[in-house]
Design a protein around this ligand. Structure first.
Ligand code: 5AD
Ligand code: SF4
Ligand code: FES
Length: 363
């Protein structure tokens, strides 16, 4: 395909599976054209702001056994922890003091009543800081609709639940095939989150064993069909203490996974110009400039880690996580500088909701 034909696709309104695959296959100068166009679309629709979510990794106890994740129940090497109320609330206060505008509370999946009640309590307490000035994103896995409602009523308004892969067969190649890891339930949870009123986000890993361009194109169509308000996607990073690690020789190289992640972000920005898209920390793990590259390819959200230093090394979803030894104020200065260098600026003291969602709820 010559450059002119390729450029035409970049301006098409309704990208279908075949065109999406053409874009995802782009290399060299055509890949550059794609990324540049995505940046242009982002700037047109949402300016050069980056929104921050101060990430609080509440605990690493997990009931599940996802085949790729270091926190899986079956991994006996992890020292399990759970933050105290004080620790969570001082992280949230720190986020507020640093002007982050929002926090994201994340943990391994738990469904015990104590956990559900605790989260409800913590959300209410975080909401008390400065009269509810902090936005709250939850990323706490699959729960009942009733639980989602309780947390929403307590004050959370965004929820991130990655589908991991929208292809059912691939989903079951990276999860145990049992009732606890049901693809159907995961999709149902996303529907329940939307019904509850959350700005709902999902996402996938890029570069999984046996993942094809067709799978990835399907993922992007899934995001569009679900009409989600946010997406977080990032490269898959093999973790040595997980079953999927044995396929590590059969996945694309780190550079290929990074490039494919950037193309996924860029194509999605063309398809959904006004959603929030996270520049995942995993990007930075495989490329020191990974997060900035994701921002330049169309992402507009960064989640700086606020988890107290002593616990960070226990939240090893994947190896070599970025900023593990950096303190929050260091990350803030670092981010200001890194983003200014690529013509972006942080929007401080704002929730940073996606225009896609705000418009929908105003209708
Ligand atoms: N590599 C990259 N991302 C991973 N996640 C879990 N394990 C890995 C891994 N090995 C992501 C999943 C999950 C999120 C919490 O972390 O997408 O949703
Ligand atoms: Fe648990 Fe989430 Fe890791 Fe799966 S991906 S094992 S649910 S922390
Ligand atoms: Fe954490 Fe740069 S963002 S040190």
């Amino acid at each position: 395909m010559n450059d002119e034909q390729f450029r035409d696709i970049l301006y098409r309104q309704d990208l279908d599976r075949e065109l999406i695959k053409v874009l995802l296959a782009a290399e060299g100068s055509q890949m550059e054209m794609l990324l540049r166009r995505a940046l242009e679309v982002k700037l047109e629709h949402m300016d050069n702001y980056v929104h921050l979510r101060g990430l609080i990794e509440y605990g690493n106890v997990c009931e599940k056994n996802c085949l790729y994740c270091g926190l899986r129940r079956g991994n006996g090497k992890v020292a399990r922890y759970c933050l105290s109320d004080d620790e969570v609330l001082s992280c949230a206060r720190l986020a507020h003091d640093l002007g982050y505008g929002s926090v994201a509370l994340q943990s391994g999946e738990r469904s015990d009543p104590e956990f559900i009640a605790k989260i409800e309590y913590l959300v209410r307490e975080i909401k008390k800081i400065d009269g509810g000035s902090l936005g709250i994103t939850l990323s706490l896995g699959e729960q009942t609709e009733d639980t989602y409602c309780r947390w929403f009523d307590a004050g959370a308004h965004r929820y991130l639940l990655r589908i991991e892969s929208s292809d059912e067969e691939l989903y079951y190649r990276i999860h145990p095939r049992d009732a606890k890891h049901s693809f159907r339930t995961r999709v149902d949870c996303l529907e329940a989150l939307k019904r509850t009123g959350y700005q709902t986000g999902t996402g996938v890993m890029v570069g999984l064993p046996s993942q094809t361009l067709d799978h990835l194109a399907g993922d992007l169509l899934f995001f569009r069909d679900m009409d989600v308000a946010m997406v977080g996607l990032g490269p898959y990073i093999p973790h040595p203490d997980t079953p999927l690690y044995r396929f590590k020789g059969a996945i694309p190289s780190a550079k290929e996974r990074m490039d494919m992640t950037l193309k996924m972000i860029a194509v999605l920005r063309l398809m959904m110009p006004e959603i929030n898209m996270v520049a995942a920390t995993a990007n930075q793990t495989i490329d020191p400039q990974g997060r900035e590259k994701a921002i330049q390819a169309g992402a507009n959200v960064i989640m700086p880690n606020l988890t107290p230093g002593e616990y960070r090394e226990s939240y090893f979803i994947y190896p070599d996580k970025a900023c593990v030894k950096d303190m929050p104020d260091h990350c803030q200065t670092c981010l200001d500088i890194r983003l200014a260098a690529i013509g972006h600026r942080i929007q401080y003291n704002a929730w940073g909701d996606s225009p896609a969602f705000t418009k929908k709820t105003k209708k």
